[in-house]
Design a protein around this ligand. Sequence first.
Ligand SMILES: [Zn+2]
Length: 473
Amino acid sequence: MKTLIKNGTVVTAAETYRADLLIDGEKIALLGMDLPADGANVVDASGKYILPGGIDVHTHLELPFGGTVASDDFYTGHKAAAFGGTTSHIDFVIQGKGESLHQAVENWHRKSDAKAVVDYGFHVAVTDLTEAVMNEIPSMGKEGVTSLKLFMAYKGSLQIDDTTLFKTLMKAAEAGMLVMVHAENGDAIDVLVKQAVAGGHLTPEWHALTRPAWAEAEATMRAVALAGIAGAPLYVVHVTNGMAVDQIAYGRARGLNVMGETCTQYFFFSIDNLRRPDGAKWVCSPPMRTAADNEALWTAVRNNSLQAVSTDHCPFFFDGTKEIEYEGKMVKIAGKELGARDFSKIPNGVPGIEDRMPILWTYGVGKGRISLNRLVELCCTNPAKAFGMYPRKGTVAVGSDADLAIWDPTAKKTMGQKTSQQRTDYNLYEGWEVTGWPTQVYVRGNLLVDGDTWNGEPGGGQWIKRSTHAPVV
Ligand SMILES: [Zn+2]
């Protein structure tokens, strides 16, 4: 089947130009002026922009956490992604204690494969580095799981020590794989949390007060330095503050192969949101910081101290004792109310897989903070390059997958739980007005979203086998 998209404006990380675009099957077959229809289904994109589909390299669908589970699964999360112009994501497989990495990846395939609608890859989070697991690492890379995640926080559950981090960096470098770190000093945080709880400081703002920015800056520098010693590439996930950005910039300025991402929410929110009566909605780790940090992050994505924006999409209900309706079914999943009396028991995570691109379009590009090309670079191209998916994904080019979002720059919408496809009972951007929305979204040539119409089918999404030796961007 062929589709000819006429008269649109193509936007890549490098260029903006008028062109017709021919999709043949799953691929972009031609780009040019005045292409003939030749029996193709013709779509008029006059006045619209054609962007590569978004790539969100940091998500947690159906993740068990804190006595419950993230409320979007691989169907609802994918539907939400597609409506927001995101056509691929990489989810974190978490290795259970005593489990092999292959077993862990198998567990995630069982959750995802039958439900998937958009395309998806896996990182694997190493939590238990035995000799056998160490020897498994290179084979994971060959099989397309080319990135490893390590948690420097969550003491007593996911946290690894520096020996594990350093050995993994060395092994990954050898195998052409990328190590990602959640950089916070989990030991210091553990002391602060215990002290706060013992002192009766139990409100959500204490989530931020017990996870200070220095704990993130310190762990970031430690990871950057260890990557330097190991000669390994490093990707720091969810950078939230100016001091942590500085550590990455410091490493890059000295020629280290280190990269960092921030997430949409860290541009806009602060500890003040945690002080609201519904502050638990903003509880995620690392926490929201300050208005000055919001600004530092905009600067960092402009000057390339940070290379990507993802979401860390890990939604929980605010009030999981009440049902919501999703696709005509009533759903209720325990959520933030688990920590109503103790911030340390609030499931950590926020929704955002659908919100990222539209929010950055209006409040990033629309406000003059980044260019539209830089938005594409941060949300599509750099993620595809750094994680071994380029040029199949992450750009608009002949031969690439026809993962496309056609944006109407005049479409107006009010963000909110009612208008969102994310399966949770709240939205961080409730009531925010946006101008610009992806009105048609294609994954490998399939029109999944057409205005308000949803054509996605569970099982239609493909698992992405990624390449090793990806470039550092
Ligand atoms: Zn995460």
